[in-house]
Structure formats: C-alpha cells, structure tokens
Design a protein around this ligand. Structure first.
Ligand SMILES: Nc1ncnc2c1ncn2[C@@H]1O[C@H](COP(=O)(O)OP(=O)(O)OP(=O)(O)O)[C@@H](O)[C@H]1O
Length: 282
C-alpha cells in the first residue's frame, strides 16, 4: 500500500485483495481491487445487492476489513482515526435529530457550522435552504437538503456517498452534484458515490467501478468505458446506456433468483476469511 498525501498524485483510495464475510458467515465481498487517485469522482455502479454499501462501509472504517487490504490516504480506515473521511449513508439519513422541533441555524451551529461560516452560507444557498424552517415541519426533500448541508459542512478529503439524493428535486440534485464537482476541482479531495440515479451525472464521474455479486467486475477512468457502449439512443445518456448494458449482463449472468439456486451466495461457503466485526454507530 502506498503512502500518498491528499494533495499528491497517485492513488488515494487503494483496495487490494479485499474479501469480506458478514457476521452470519454469508457472502460480502470477494477479491476486490481498486486504486482511485486524489481528485477523482467515482461512481459505484451495480444492481441491488451487488455490494456497494458493503464496500463503502468498509472504506469508511465502519466495518473491520482484513489487515492491509484498504488504504485511505495511506491509513487503515478501521484502525487509524480518519479525520477527513465523511460517510453519508442510510444510518446518517435516519438520524432522529433532523426530525425534532429545531431551527436550521441552531442545527447547523450544533455541528460546528460557525467554524465554517463561508462554507455554511454557500451550502445554504446551493441547497436552497430556508433558515426559518423548523425541522419537524419540513418535507422529506427539504429535510434531506438540510441534512446534506450538515454532512458536507466540515471540509472532507474523502466523501463516501451511499445514495442519499433520492428525495432531492432535479434542480437541487443538479446543484448539489455541481457543488461536489467544484470541490474536487478546487481542493484536494476524493468522492466515491454509489447511486442508481444517473440524471445529471453524464459529465460528472472521472472513474467508474462496476460491482456484481460482491466482486468488482471492472473499474477505471470513465473514458475507457464509453467505447464499450455500442448502442446510442436519445432516451439515455451514454453513461445510462453503459450502465443499462452492465446491469442486463449482470442479470443474465446471475440467472433467476429463485428456482435454480442463488449464484450470488455460492461463494459464501468458499472460505473467505471471517471479519464480522462492526463498529457501533458514532
Ligand atoms: N448484515 C448483513 N448480513 C448478511 N448479508 C448482508 C448484510 N448486509 C447486506 N447483506 C447482503 O449483502 C449483499 C450486498 O449488500 P449491499 O447492501 O452491499 O448491496 P448494494 O449494492 O448496496 O445494494 P443496493 O443497491 O440495493 O443498496 C446483499 O445480497 C445483501 O442481502
């Protein structure tokens, strides 16, 4: 594993020979290999159950990975304290504080917003947040926008996003994605984003990672994949066509879920080392 600095060239997030089993001994990940440079914006693509969340949780240090399989900025995310890693996923979305009768300025101040006033104000503007909102009386999408401002307030070096934009309207999502792109272009930071929603993303990723049944099938800079997509329709972007093609292939390779057995689970019994320890929510 290389010791790379956040601002330096070369890989910033590295994964080598990563296999993972859940505490119940079932399949997690198998032989995952990745190397993503600082400044990259990676889309994690894969069907439901492909292993995207599992990988993101391991990268964030929320689950214990085997030693020397994951390096984020030269550090082991589980063992070392990762100051600049922000992971926004389902647990974060479900945090009950954002449903209480509290106003937005108090909420943003409670997570250190006053330490980053310019960033706070920029996020409030970009996410079109009304500072008079009270959090028990907002819509799901409005709540999600405040949550995103909270989650992005502290400058991060690695941002791990597990589809958290589902409630955003098209314009809010577009502004949000543009903000993230500007971040990676203006300071040394890296984003890995698992999503099924490809709107506004055609020009966004620098890298793609295609996961299937707990494995990384293929990964690399986005340009290398566009040649693969032979069909072009006006209905989908080139990225959309590529992802659709991948998912169709994955479905065909997996076969029916019930009836002929579940190929997705066969490798669970093939002797992946067990690392079923999970960090409690912090
Ligand atoms: N705690 C767990 N114990 C056992 N199996 C699990 C556990 N969590 C997830 N799985 C299984 O691991 C596989 C991968 O799950 P994961 O959540 O990583 O998929 P995903 O690619 O994020 O899917 P989605 O797109 O639906 O969010 C699934 O088959 C799932 O059922």
């Amino acid at each position: 594993m290389s010791e790379s600095a956040a601002s330096g060239p070369g890989p910033y997030v590295e994964v080598q020979n990563l296999s993972y089993k859940f505490p119940d001994d079932s399949a997690g990940l198998q032989d995952v290999l990745l190397s993503l440079p600082s400044g990259s914006r990676t889309l994690l693509i894969g069907a439901n159950g492909a292993g995207k969340t599992t990988l993101l949780r391991l990268l964030s240090g929320k689950r214990l990975a085997p030693t020397n399989t994951i390096s984020v900025g030269g550090k082991d995310p589980f063992k070392d304290h990762l100051e600049g890693v922000t992971y926004l996923g389902v647990e974060w979305v479900l945090n009950s504080i954002v449903r209480t009768d509290i106003d937005v300025p108090t909420l943003l101040a409670s997570i250190g917003g006053d330490a980053y006033p310019e960033r706070r104000d920029e996020l409030v503007e970009i996410l079109d947040i009304d500072l008079r909102w009270r959090m028990h009386a907002v819509s799901d999408g409005e709540r999600r926008r405040v949550q995103l401002a909270m989650g992005l307030l502290r400058p991060w070096t690695v941002l791990l996003l597990d589809e958290i934009t589902v409630d955003l309207d098209l314009l809010s999502r577009s502004n949000f994605l543009a903000f993230l792109k500007r971040e990676t272009e203006s300071r040394p930071c890296t984003i890995i984003y698992a999503t099924h929603i490809l709107d506004n993303l055609a020009q966004w990723p620098t890298h793609l990672v295609h996961m299937h049944l707990g494995k990384v099938k293929t990964w690399g800079p986005v340009e290398q994949f566009y040649g693969e997509s032979t069909q072009w329709t006006s209905e989908n972007s080139r990225l959309g066509e590529l992802v659709l093609k991948w998912l169709k292939e994955d479905l065909a390779a997996r076969g029916p879920r019930n009836g002929r057995g579940n190929q997705g689970k066969t490798y669970a019994s093939e002797g992946i080392g067990g690392y079923g320890y999970e960090k409690p929510p912090q």
